[in-house]
Write a protein that binds this ligand. Structure first.
Ligand SMILES: NC(=O)c1ccc[n+]([C@@H]2O[C@H](COP(=O)([O-])OP(=O)(O)OC[C@H]3O[C@@H](n4cnc5c(N)ncnc54)[C@H](OP(=O)(O)O)[C@@H]3O)[C@@H](O)[C@H]2O)c1
Length: 291
């Protein structure tokens, strides 16, 4: 059982350097659609847990609510790392620029810390995904040059997608955000990103809760006197992966932050690494949603 703090706790959270010299906090709070957003929980994360990194997306439909929570929290903008994502329905040169400005307006901020292309596929009728991807990336590069985005990156990109951007010779993405948890460990992609100076960020660190009942995770939780979620988050962070667990419950958010006071042994890291089954919770083929 985890006890909640009674007063504001500063979170001593290490950061990972991007190739442009910025540092992204290794632990952030995820948000999402379908009941994935709670005003109370975001306020609690900012005010009581010292969380300074929040991940969202236009797709999640909570940018405006998040902006209000940030303002209400009283945390200074410059102390925060805010990531949001461009939805494929907005891919294309002009529409990307407009979508970025719209996200900033909904969030109530003058700039984003990180702006990601949400998916590699564009599905714009009559145009190849590759053509649209490259045009979209050019718009992101300009948003970066203008200072509207302090860092730019991609999400769910595979090695060929990253190589395609590399071949164009522009800005190397600062981050690639990809599914990463005990059952899904795309280590070739992780290594490729490292080699190319792209920070690897992992989403669904708890496998949407499914990893929390696995006997190996429960065994380690008992051994370390930690919760199953802390074991999963610690394992991800100890792999050097930027990690963004989502919870709408203050006590769980607090629990998910308490991951810097212990270390998994290399044997126990390997024990979790053995759980890889290539199970994917998020699939790349999806009906395009315009909005
Ligand atoms: N780029 C992409 O395509 C993409 C895709 C998916 C996700 N993401 C990002 O990654 C974030 C995390 O992913 P996710 O939300 O899908 O999965 P997740 O973080 O692996 O799991 C979230 C689930 O675990 C539960 N949970 C959280 N902490 C818990 C705890 N301590 N004990 C028990 N249950 C706990 C949550 O429920 P409660 O909320 O009820 O606590 C929720 O059901 C998202 O919020 C989003 O920001 C990005």
């Amino acid at each position: 059982m985890v006890t909640k703090p009674t007063s504001c706790t500063a979170l001593s959270c290490p950061a990972v350097p991007l190739h442009n010299g910025l540092n992204i906090p290794i632990l952030g709070l995820g948000t999402s659609h379908y009941g994935g957003y709670s005003h109370e929980a975001v306020l609690y994360a900012l005010q009581e847990c010292g969380i300074r990194h929040i991940d969202t997306a236009k797709r999640y439909g909570c940018e405006e609510a998040l902006g209000k929570a940030v303002t209400e929290s009283g945390v200074q903008r410059e102390e925060l790392w805010i990531t949001t994502k461009l939805w494929p329905g907005d891919y294309g040169y002009q529409s990307t620029k407009q979508a970025c400005r719209d996200s900033c307006a909904r969030l109530g901020v003058d700039y984003l810390d990180l702006y990601l292309m949400h998916w590699p596929d564009s599905m714009v009728p009559g145009r190849s995904s590759q053509e649209v991807r490259l045009e979209t990336w050019r718009a992101l590069e300009e948003l970066y040059d203008e200072g509207l985005c302090r860092a730019i990156g991609v999400s769910n990109f595979l090695i060929p997608h990253l190589n395609e951007l590399k071949d164009c010779g522009g800005i190397v993405p600062h981050v690639n955000q990809v599914e990463f948890h005990p059952f899904q460990q795309p280590m070739k992609l992780v290594e490729h990103c490292r080699k190319e100076n792209i920070v690897f960020e992992g989403y669904c660190p708890l496998a949407k809760g499914q990893a929390l009942t696995h006997p190996h995770i429960l065994e380690l939780a008992k051994k370390y006197g930690r919760s199953a979620s802390q074991i999963c988050i610690r394992w991800s962070i100890q792999n050097g992966v930027v990690t963004i667990p989502k919870s709408t419950k203050p006590d769980r958010i607090y629990e998910n932050c308490q991951v810097f006071g212990f270390t998994l042994t290399s044997e126990d890291m390997a024990y979790i690494s053995d759980l890889h089954t290539n199970q994917k919770l998020i699939h790349l083929t999806f009906p395009i949603w315009k909005g």
